[in-house]
Design a protein around this ligand. Structure first.
Ligand code: FAD
Length: 406
C-alpha cells in the first residue's frame, strides 16, 4: 500500500487527512502528533474554552470515530524525530521507522519565548495547547491579576476572558498601540478603548525588563521606566515561531517557514508543508509570507491533498481571520501591505463598522469588520476582485456595498 505520513496532528494535519480521503486517496494515511489529543481547534483556547464555555468534544476537529472510519492511523504522543529524504523515511521519537510515498509537514508554530530575567518563574505562561489553557484558566479568578506581555490578538482575547472570569488584567505592549503588527490604527484604538471600558489596563510603549519572583513564583513585571506591575500570573503573548527544525535539518528550503508553492509543495517533490510552519505565496499581493490562521491551514491542506490526488489546485483564497473579544466579533480579510489610505464605514461609535485599507490607486487591499458580517463578506469580495473603489463611496453607509462589488 502506498502511504502518506502527515507530521503534526493539528488543524492543518487533521484537515489534510480528511481532504485526502474526500479526494479519493485509497492508500494508507498515518497522522503523527506530538500532543496526546487527536486534532483539535485552538481558537477557543483563548475564548470559550478559557471561559469554561466549551467541551472537549466541541474542541475536537472531528469526532473520535472519524479516524477509524476513514482508515486514518493516529500515532499520538510521539514526534517525528528524523527525516531521511533519500530513503523517504521518517523516524519517530519512539524509534518506529515509517516509509512514505508522500510526506506532509504540518508542524505548526510555538510561542515565541522572551529571554527575560524571571521568564522561568512559576506562573509565567504561554498559550498554544489545551494544557497551557488549563494552567491559565486555573490562575484566572476574582482577586487575581493577570499581566499580559504583548498586545496581539491572543493577548487581547485572554485579557477579555480574564475579565469574564472576574480576574484583573493589564496588557503591556512595546509598540505605541495594541495590534500594531496586524491591524490598522482605527481598529487598534477602538479595541484599546473597549478593553479599558471593561476595566483592562493597557500600557503601550513599554519595555519589559524582567519578571520579579517571590518564593519561585512571578509577582510583578518590571518596566524600563521603573514601573512595577504587580500580578499573580504572566502570559507571554509575543508571537509564534514556525517549527522548521526538522525541515531545515533535512535541507529543505526555509525562510521564516518552510518555503512552499501554491500546491503546498516544498523544495522536495515528495514533501509538502502546510499551515503555520510554511512560508507561502500570497498571489493577490505579488509577494510571499507566513500566515497563522485556521483558514490558511485549511486552504493549504486542500492544496496538498488536491495535488497528491491529481486534482486541479483549488483557487487561491483571500487570507482571513477572526477574533472574539467581549461581545465583539472581529473579522479581517486581506493584508494591508502598502496601504495608502483607510476608510471607516459606519463610524467606530456605531454598533458595527468596517475599516477598508486601500492602496494609492484605490484598490481594496484589506477590510477589518467589527460586528459587521455583511461588510466583511462584501469587503472580502472586493479584495478578491482587486476592485478599485472611490473612498467616498466606500465610506458612505447609504451606498450598498453589494453594488460596489458587482
Ligand atoms: P498547529 O495547530 O499548531 O498543529 C501543529 C501540531 O504539530 C501540534 O500539535 C504540534 O505539537 C505538532 N508537532 C510539532 N512538531 C512535531 C513533530 N516533529 N512531530 C509530530 N508532531 C509535531 N486562528 C484563527 O483563524 N482564528 C482565531 O481566532 C485563532 N485563535 C487562536 C487562539 C490561540 C490561543 C492560538 C494558539 C491560535 C489561534 N489561531 C487562530 C491560530 C490557529 O489556531 C493556527 O493558525 C492553526 O492551529 C494552525 O494549524 P497548524 O496545523 O499549522 O498548527
Amino acid at each position: 500500500q502506498p502511504r502518506i505520513v502527515i507530521a503534526g496532528a493539528g488543524h492543518a494535519g487533521g484537515s489534510a487527512a480528511a481532504f485526502l480521503r474526500q479526494y479519493g486517496w485509497k492508500g494508507d494515511i498515518t497522522l503523527v502528533g506530538e500532543e496526546p489529543n487527536p486534532p483539535y481547534q485552538r481558537p477557543p483556547l483563548s475564548k470559550a474554552w478559557l471561559k469554561g464555555e466549551a467541551t472537549a468534544e466541541s474542541l475536537a476537529l472531528r469526532p473520535a470515530r472519524f479516524y477509524a472510519q476513514q482508515r486514518i492511523e493516529l500515532r499520538l504522543g510521539t514526534r517525528v524525530a528524523a527525516l531521511d529524504r533519500a530513503g523517504r523515511r521518517v523516524t519517530l521519537a519512539d524509534g518506529t521507522a515509517l516509509d512514505y510515498d508522500r510526506l506532509i509537514l504540518a508542524l505548526g508554530a510555538r510561542p515565541r519565548a522572551l529571554p527575560l530575567p524571571g521568564a522561568d518563574l512559576a506562573g509565567v505562561l504561554a498559550l498554544r495547547g489545551t494544557a497551557d489553557a488549563d494552567s491559565l484558566q486555573a490562575a484566572l479568578r476574582p482577586g487575581r491579576r493577570l499581566a499580559v506581555i504583548g498586545g496581539g490578538y491572543i493577548g487581547l482575547e485572554v485579557a477579555a476572558s480574564a475579565r469574564a472570569l472576574g480576574a484583573e488584567a493589564v496588557v503591556i505592549e512595546r509598540e505605541s498601540r495594541v495590534l500594531a503588527r496586524v491591524a490598522g490604527r482605527a481598529l487598534s484604538d477602538f479595541l484599546a478603548a473597549q478593553h479599558r471600558g471593561h476595566g483592562v489596563e493597557i500600557i503601550t510603549g513599554a519595555q519589559v525588563l524582567g519578571i520579579e519572583g517571590e518564593g519561585g513564583a512571578a509577582c510583578a513585571v518590571l518596566l524600563a521606566d521603573g514601573t512595577r506591575i504587580p500580578c499573580d500570573t504572566v502570559l507571554v503573548g509575543v508571537g509564534a515561531v514556525p517549527n522548521v527544525e526538522l525541515a531545515e535539518a533535512a535541507g529543505l528550503d526555509c525562510a521564516n517557514g518552510i518555503v512552499v508553492d501554491l500546491a503546498a509543495r516544498s523544495s522536495d517533490p515528495f514533501i509538502y508543508a502546510i499551515g503555520d510552519c510554511t512560508h507561502r505565496p500570497l498571489p493577490l499581493y505579488g509577494r510571499t509570507g507566513r500566515l497563522e490562521s485556521v483558514p490558511n491551514a485549511i486552504e493549504q491542506a486542500k492544496q496538498a491533498a488536491a495535488d497528491i490526488c491529481g486534482r486541479p489546485p483549488p483557487p487561491p483564497e483571500v487570507p482571513w481571520f477572526w477574533s472574539d473579544q467581549y461581545d465583539l466579533r472581529l473579522q479581517m480579510a486581506g493584508l494591508a501591505f502598502d496601504a495608502h489610505e483607510t476608510v471607516v464605514r459606519g463610524g467606530t461609535d456605531a454598533p458595527g463598522f468596517a475599516v477598508f485599507h486601500l492602496d494609492a490607486g484605490h484598490r481594496v487591499l484589506a477590510v477589518e469588520a467589527v460586528n459587521a458580517p455583511a461588510e466583511f463578506m462584501a469587503g472580502r469580495m472586493l479584495v478578491a476582485k482587486q476592485a478599485r473603489v472611490a473612498p467616498a463611496l466606500l465610506g458612505d453607509p447609504a451606498q450598498p456595498l453589494k453594488d460596489l462589488t458587482a
